[in-house]
Design a protein around this ligand. Sequence first.
Ligand SMILES: Nc1nc2c(ncn2[C@@H]2O[C@H](COP(=O)(O)OP(=O)(O)OP(=O)(O)O)[C@@H](O)[C@H]2O)c(=O)[nH]1
Ligand SMILES: [Mg+2]
Ligand SMILES: [Zn+2]
Length: 371
Amino acid sequence: MKRKHLEKKKRGTVREKDWENLHETAFSRDLVKHRRALGKLSEQAVAAAQSALPQDFTPNATLISHAKKWAFVQMDETAAEGGGDLLCLIDERLREEEDSLLASGDRVYVEFEEGDAFIRGVGPRRTTLGRPAGAHDRIKRQILAANADLLLVVAAAANPPFRPGLVDRFLIAAEVGGGEPVLCLNKAELAEGEPEGLAIYRGLGVRVCVTSCKTGQGIEALRGILGGRFTVLSGHSGVGKSTLLNMLDPELTIHTQEVSTSLRGRHTTTLARLYELHGGIRVIDTPGIRTLGLWRVSAEEVAYYFPEMAAMATECHFRNCTHIHEPQCAVRTAVERGEIARGRYESYTRIRASLESETGTTPGRMRVQKG
Ligand SMILES: Nc1nc2c(ncn2[C@@H]2O[C@H](COP(=O)(O)OP(=O)(O)OP(=O)(O)O)[C@@H](O)[C@H]2O)c(=O)[nH]1
Ligand SMILES: [Mg+2]
Ligand SMILES: [Zn+2]
């Protein structure tokens, strides 16, 4: 990609309508070049060259979306190549360690060389939405998104049915990775009244937003919550994450679709991507997930992440009470009395059991499928 092309591309906005087609052509051209360059380098040469990577850099761009070898970034307004989005190659000397090398929302350092743009550094992450990587991955933790201040957990009132288990896991993930969790219950018009779970989350101090993309309910409230903030949307597939973003900005045309039974497990959104909407709303749309494995949380620690239980646990007869089978357990007594929501307690026992049986990887982590 020569400078000429770069300048042309710079004029595009993040919201470029034909982005999907645009990156296909730009990418294939780049990939051929990249492969050629890689072929010439031995592993040793790569290792030697690694020390030549800039050690001291100030990030000058934000990562919009990426694949293995390439990434779309938004250059900072103040950067030399100021503003606009840009297709970059990821410098192959950058190696991933424990965590994913790159995630949407990352602050990156882009360098230009002979008209090509390269990502040569990744800034520290303020917050992360992460989970244990699959057993066969080289990395240990998969970062779904980086640097977001808000973690919008989207669930549906129906179709798919509201399952608080994932919400409970998100609350823990937010505690571990930073960022304020907010719960959005979408497709409100499909159910009569709210699921009783919502009151529990409000009681825990979690902000809750009830929306419908069919009736427009709650969309303005959601706009108010997201305005001026940087948010990552996550949740089960088909709950309406992408549809909500399309509702918030009529100029967006993110592909959405009903999850049909024959295609169970297919995601409509297949790649996390950052969008900038009117009203200072910055959001990362992510592919739906089936479950959220917990990173660096042991079975013994789970109760700590359920504040209503942690508060009671000091009253248990045994100091190391698991709140599952011990006599004189204050937590179970509180559940019997209705002082702790039974649903939350059940979630606690399920999460605990899954952590005890897990090998530290996300169970049944779905591979992103093409198409
Ligand atoms: N009835 C109803 N349907 C909705 C609502 N919001 C979204 N949908 C529909 O739900 C389906 C799935 O929406 P998407 O936006 O693709 O869901 P998603 O969460 O982005 O799914 P993935 O990208 O697979 O993670 C689409 O057919 C939408 O039209 C709503 O408020 N009410
Ligand atoms: Mg989607
Ligand atoms: Zn107990």
